[in-house]
Design a protein around this ligand. Sequence first.
Ligand SMILES: [Zn+2]
Length: 123
Amino acid sequence: MTPQVAYKHKVSHEWERAATLREVRTGRVDTDAVRDADFLLRAAATHHGVDSLRPCPLCGSTLRNTRWVYGEVLGRRAGSARSEKEIAEFVAEGLEFTVHTVEVCIACRWNHLLTSEVAYGKC
Ligand SMILES: [Zn+2]
């Protein structure tokens, strides 16, 4: 039987996100400093991301949530953006690895880590 993708050790980074946005709104941090999504991040968001239900907090455009996978067990695949289908395939190999969900605004380059969690297969 193919195992289902399950997650554990989920850590939310909402608090840091809200704190960063507060700093921007009060002018203590320049907006340019947080609009730093590089080419790779934006390309990954375009090709592997899914639309977020939330608009960009800085410009109101549609955000793309992208899933990045990390872990030595992934070999060369570590540190790359992946679709849910690919994550399911890795889990089906019996692997357990970290998944970061990053929101990216392709329009203004705002980006922030939303959650980190460990993916594993549950039969
Ligand atoms: Zn934006």
